[in-house]
Ligand binder design. Sequence first.
Ligand code: GLU
Length: 432
Amino acid sequence: MSSETAETGTTTPERDEDEEPESALQTARRQLSRAAAHLDIDSNVVERLKHPAGVHRVAVPLERDDGSLDVFTGYRAQHDSVRGPFKGGLRFHPGVTEDECIGLGMWMTWKCAVMDLPFGGAKGGVVVDPKSLSEGEKERLTRRFAQELRDVIGPKRDIPAPDMGTDAQTMSWFMDAYSMQEGETIPGVVTGKPPVVGGSYGREEAPGRSVAIVTREAIDYYDMEIDDVTVAVQGFGSVGANAARLLDDWGADIVAISDVNGAVYDPDGIDTRDVPTHEEEPEAVTKYADDLIPNEELLELDVDVLIPAAVGNVITEDNAGDVQADLVVEGANGPTTFAADSILEERGVPVIPDILANAGGVTVSYFEWLQDINRRSWSLERVNEELESEMLDAWAAVRAEVEERDVTWRDAAYVVALSRIAESHEKRGLWP
Ligand code: GLU
């Protein structure tokens, strides 16, 4: 398969030609087996969780602006729904594969369970470079994709959301296409919409906010003072920029940030509110900077906290030994490969996993879904207060497992998630 690239276009570091980069599915399965070993759960349940409940592959024909036709491939991988409807994002990205969707869908199952949300996990996407589409083409592609998935999604069945290459506007078109076919407005079919059509205040900022909250708690746990810490953040999109800005507001020194073209490093600290986010102005981090360092170098800076918040598979066995940060907080989904995780563990570098750190996104998606179903909007203050409280509960549950079992933060988060999921499977049983 192709190496996992993303929104910002960063690629995996150089590898041997015959060596395939680890896929999200491989990583997710390995993490599951490892975490299951800590728990006394039915091995049949674990076996079942290694497989998605279903994977839908569709052809998405698109009439281009010049009248020609292109047919794109779209996927929706639905992993597990024992705790509630499938939930997870849709990507528009050239690197989307079936296996990637399954792996990322598995992570959504754990993420929802760590947060104790009544959802299962799914992920989908279209194999397309969104930068190659005009606004009109993007809209037509999204509407047709929504139509192709209509039978397998729905507010009680499977609720998509934004992910790499998609945003609030994409979700708005998606909701409209679904609603037009159903003959009524159904805002709860997707989350991450603009507030004017049933989106939630604070949703866009939420993954970055949760990364910041968890980083603040981890800083405290490891007896550091937020005013004294230096932070490097890879990626300045909705996760990285919002996390960086909040940590900056709370007193941390953000010394490095990056986009697809490279990174800016200033040991005296960067004023993160002065730099436009990827959404505000793509690639603005490097556009106005004089001196750049490569993205790979950002990962190896001697900082207190490293937040990879751009793409998957950036910390690999090739560079894990060179990471100098004292703490890694995963903003992106799957930035650390399974092998790199073991190296960091051996070196005593704690890694706060994605399924906890960036779970603010799906948590506020849950709030959005509640607001849609009840036709009642919450204030930004209420969203942020409830998010803070949900994050602190999840943090406390994971911390308790770290302390009790003396395991890594990732294993502890899996233990919390897996016990909840396995218990639901055991209680519900297998039918027929
Ligand atoms: N795509 C986001 C994630 O990876 C959000 C999913 C959602 O809100 O359903 O967590």
